[in-house]
Design a protein. Sequence first.
Length: 276
Amino acid sequence: MASETKAPRQGPAPTRLRQIALVAEDLEKAKHSLTAIIRTEVIYQDPAVEQWGLKNILVPIGGDIIEVVAPCLPSAPATCHLKKHGEGGYMIIMQTHHPSALTHLERIESHQLAQSIFTHSTPESDMVQYHPKGIPGGVIPELDSHRPHPDYPDPLGERFSPWHAAGPEEKLEAGGGDVEGAARKWEDIFGAGRRKGVGELLFTNAKMVFLRGENGAREGLVEVGIAVEGRERRDGIFKRAREEGLRVDGDVVEMLGIRWKFMVLDRRVEKKKSKL
């Protein structure tokens, strides 16, 4: 990434954490784990990802998406990622109001805040992927927007609005001690709101928490938190995880290279939050 120039600060804008992408060695094994343990289903497999030497699955978490990709070519960038880092977080995909994805792209590149590596527009949506270099968290960020439709006038706010690819709460290893600086950088680049002083990004449906780096630890996605409707359903997830031979520690299941924290839904939380 080119050296940064000082960009004028802009206020945070409503931003939704719409999709998390994980990378796995074995896509069928990952599919079995997610569908058998969480009791979700595969809603789509996108042939377009083959251009990057990948195969994928998409599973719903409420109105949001967990994607798992696996390389099908030795030359795929994900193959190198797996050799270097192992399974785990790969991408964070955010949604903002139309046409903000392209407006952000113009601002980001004009001030050399980050470098786009892929853009794609359709009559329904715009998507922009950015190179992760210089952006804390060790994942590929993507910022997208959907055009309003008569059936979905507020695609950002409506829980089950259309999504071109088909928070949970997430925790990212910032790779250093400045978690507040990491959150501020994401706010400055992508426009998501931030809870000042604690290293948290506040999405409309989730939050993303930056953790202090540890010696020898890589940057990357550490934990995803999901609210589950009912203690019985949550305990069923833990039971099935143990039966599959996965490590269960309290309310956390270790799966696909990250920690999955399942919490009983607090009825005081807004209904639009992502939940099972």
